[in-house]
Design a protein around this ligand. Structure first.
Ligand SMILES: *Cc1c(COP(=O)(O)O)cnc(C)c1O
Length: 425
């Protein structure tokens, strides 16, 4: 499928039915699979032949979605997980261990920030946070001997900051470590980070990919480009894995070393797998991803322009506005659009922002973003409430800030809803 454009891949990749088979990939709701003899099962366990044996490791329906997302991102392999957070956890756990160090940008999704800042610290993994617009020189200064990963988001949630992908990848590669990027907001329709040097791409598929707010999910995509052996910093890929019959991942799996280890070792041991049912729904959502993202972005652009001229709005953050700090970065890495999320400050701060939100009818208050229906959220009192004021400020969030996830409705209806909200305050 790799010669097709993304719009075609959204509907065609991952599954080609054989004669008489269902046109759309069916749900294989089964934990286990039958074999004629023990020999075959042994080969599967030894990773000597391909096939399904237990749905904690692989399942035909999940496999279809993994292949589709992999193709959309231009990777060599992908693994779907139970949620975006589990994808991020496993992507990290596959290569970073107690006593080692991560560098991450500070404006990332609140859940990811807490994972790095609290939970992984408890497991002995330390993270240094840097601003999204960190200079190359400053980023290089944070590298330590034990740094094993640089982590960021293409478009940060909810600050809508855009990372300089090529620069981050360069610093990572000069130091023999991979660059992992969360591409949830941009989606592969707007940006394919692997083309700019990212080694690992993670997703919360619960957002635009699913698109209908019906199924939690995540995905890890392996670019296949990072040379684990040459780096010398990841002996797990070059030395036998005692927990897996002494397999040496780079030898046996080559460019698929990372994603294979993620599955047969880390997924095997943690079980954060996507369910076949979720994969079915996600596959359905992915069919229309390109169409929806295009509409989300054109609607959001119109609304950002409307808000930026509104006398009750103090400031608008949207990388598609020419006055936005990240406009040039957006033009470079995602000229088709960034996402459908617009962030803005209502004049009068927290109180006025809450009053404005209470008046809205079409834009509903939801702890979610990036689905077909317009929704609205106040990050400081919801998704980011664990953060101190200093951490909030560092993540680019203010008390009166509102995050509007623009849906695919008619844009005039959304604007009319916002207008009646503003006129009430
Ligand atoms: C929502 C989100 C996550 C977490 O994903 P879940 O599916 O909710 O676990 C991670 N990163 C980003 C950018 C997100 O928006």
């Amino acid at each position: 499928m790799s010669n097709y454009q993304v719009e075609t891949k959204c509907v065609q990749s991952g599954y080609t039915p054989k004669n008489g088979e269902p046109r759309f990939a069916p749900i294989v709701q089964s934990t286990t699979f039958k074999y004629d003899d023990g020999e075959q099962v042994g080969k599967l366990f030894n990773l000597e032949s391909e096939g399904y044996f237990y749905s904690r490791l692989a399942n035909p329906t999940v496999d279809v979605v993994e292949k589709k997302i992999c193709d959309l991102e231009g990777g060599v392999g992908a693994m779907c997980c139970a949620s975006g957070m589990s994808a991020i956890m496993l992507a990290i756990m596959n290569i970073v261990h107690a006593g080692e160090h991560i560098i991450a940008t500070n404006a990332i999704y609140g859940g990811s920030f807490n994972l790095l800042n609290v939970s992984l610290r408890k497991l002995g993994i330390e993270t240094t946070f840097v601003p999204t617009d960190v200079s190359e020189e400053e980023l290089r200064k944070e590298i330590r001997d034990n740094t094993r990963l640089i982590y960021s988001e293409t478009v940060t949630n909810p600050g809508l900051e855009i990372v300089d992908l090529e620069m981050f990848a360069r610093v990572a590669h000069d130091n023999g470590i991979p660059f992992c990027v969360d591409n949830t907001f941009a989606t592969p329709i707007n940006c394919r980070p692997i083309e700019y040097g990212a080694d690992i791409v993670v997703h919360s598929t619960s957002k635009y990919m699913d698109g209908h707010a019906v199924a939690m999910g995540g995905c890890i995509v392996d670019s296949g480009k990072f040379d684990w052996a040459a780096s010398g910093k990841f002996p797990e890929f070059t030395e036998p894995d005692d927990s897996y019959h002494g397999v040496v991942y780079v030898k046996q799996f080559g460019e698929l070393a990372y994603i294979t280890k993620a599955r047969v070792q880390v997924m095997r041991d943690t079980g954060m797998i996507m369910s076949p049912n979720t994969a079915f729904l996600l596959n359905l959502g992915l069919d229309t991803l390109a169409l929806r993202v295009e509409r989300h972005c054109s609607n959001a652009q119109r609304i950002a322009e409307y808000l930026s001229k509104h006398n009750k709005v103090e400031k608008v953050y949207y990388p598609g506005l020419s006055e936005d700090k990240y406009y040039d970065m957006a033009q470079k890495y995602m000229p088709k659009g960034t996402s459908g999320v617009v962030s803005f400050l209502v004049k009068g701060g927290r109180e006025k922002a809450m009053a404005f939100m209470a008046e809205l009818k079409l834009a509903m208050i939801c702890v979610h973003v990036a689905d077909a229906r317009t929704c609205i959220l106040h990050p400081a009192s919801s998704t980011h409430r664990q953060m101190t004021d200093e951490q909030l400020a560092a993540a680019g969030i203010e008390g009166g800030q509102i995050r509007l996830s623009v849906g695919i409705e008619n844009v005039e209806d959304i604007i009319a809803d916002l207008e009646q909200g503003f006129s009430a305050i």
